[in-house]
Design a protein around this ligand. Structure first.
Ligand SMILES: [Zn+2]
Length: 317
């Protein structure tokens, strides 16, 4: 009962929050609060993707946010970081005045789950793959800089609804299918298919203008990423739009095919080097990706030098 009443209170608080959020005074307060918390830019650029789906692209290039909105309510994909939640909800309120009911986490990384606790306190139901919840019961480990740690998330940030293979939402006159992708960016990646709007959200399995991140600490796999992208492409029609986990603007089937080709090219080049019995150090010194770096090297924190050892390791097994 306590849970039910706090959930109800949360919904009331969220409605108040959304009602207040359009008032200029509240926005000023919000800006003051967040600018004192950090110098980080927490603003978003909104994109109307297709049908009932929007994308909020953060200025700081951390995780993109998906928004599915209609008369029955709003479902958000990924919660970015906690200090961004106020601006995130301001943007959602410009798209729809309906209640924010659900949040789906595509995977466990902090820039995709950071706002969970605050949104849950407002009454939003947090949904994710089982393994995301499991990973959140411990200190988080992320792949950058050889594996760095983040504190264990607060209890209120945990998903309250988890699934194993797939789960569907039926609202706003549309089926939203959420299903477990093959191990790729992590072992707990969710793909979201907005079947009526003809939109896919692929989380960090798909990044535009950036080399793929394979998080080996959380069950990711480079070969699985190829398989996952083939699955996503098989679901896409000629007009399908695709939200990447990171990258400017939304993409489409051709964008996924281009990225898939990158994965195959990387696999082929590393495979050849292994067949020629090149040690990893020689491979890294050989400039194997120089021709690709100009287009795909848009993330200084994760370059070919971070990715190639992962591919080498997997293909050497
Ligand atoms: Zn990620």
């Amino acid at each position: 009962m306590k849970g039910e009443s706090s959930l109800w209170n949360g919904k009331v608080r969220l409605r108040r929050f959304l009602n207040q959020s359009v008032r200029p005074g509240w926005i000023v307060l919000n800006l003051l609060l967040f600018t004192t918390v950090s110098a980080q830019d927490w603003s978003f650029t909104p994109h109307a993707v297709q049908g009932k789906v929007h994308m909020l692209e953060p200025a700081n290039t951390f995780g993109n946010v998906g928004v599915f909105a209609g008369d029955d309510g709003v479902l958000i994909i990924d919660s970015h970081f906690q200090p961004a939640v106020g601006e995130l909800l301001n943007q959602v309120a410009k798209i729809s005045t309906a209640e924010v009911r659900f949040l789906v986490n595509t995977h466990v990384h902090p820039d995709h789950i950071g706002g969970n606790g605050l949104l849950a306190d407002y009454g939003v139901t947090v949904v994710a793959h089982n393994s995301v919840r499991l990973a959140m019961l411990s200190e988080l480990r992320i792949p950058r800089r050889g594996g760095t740690f983040r504190p264990r998330p607060e209890a209120n940030a945990l998903p309250v609804l988890t699934y194993t293979d797939a789960i569907s939402f039926h609202f706003n006159d549309e089926e939203v299918r959420i299903f477990h992708a093959p191990p790729a960016h992590t072992g707990g990646d969710s793909f979201i298919h907005f079947t009526g709007s003809d939109v896919l959200h692929l989380g960090d399995v798909f990044r535009t203008r950036r080399y793929p991140i394979v998080d080996e600490f959380n069950g990711g796999s480079f070969l699985g990423m190829i398989e996952a992208m083939e699955l996503a492409i098989s679901l896409a029609g000629p007009n399908t739009k695709v939200i990447p986990g990171h990258g400017s603007g939304f993409s489409d089937r051709a964008g996924m095919e281009e990225y898939h080709q990158l994965l195959l090219t990387l696999k082929e080049r590393v495979q050849l080097a292994i067949e020629q019995e090149q040690p990893l150090s020689k491979l890294l010194a050989a400039g194997l990706t120089h021709d690709l770096d100009v287009y795909w090297g848009d993330d200084a924190g994760w370059t070919a030098a971070d990715l190639l050892p992962v591919i080498y390791g997997e293909l050497s097994q």
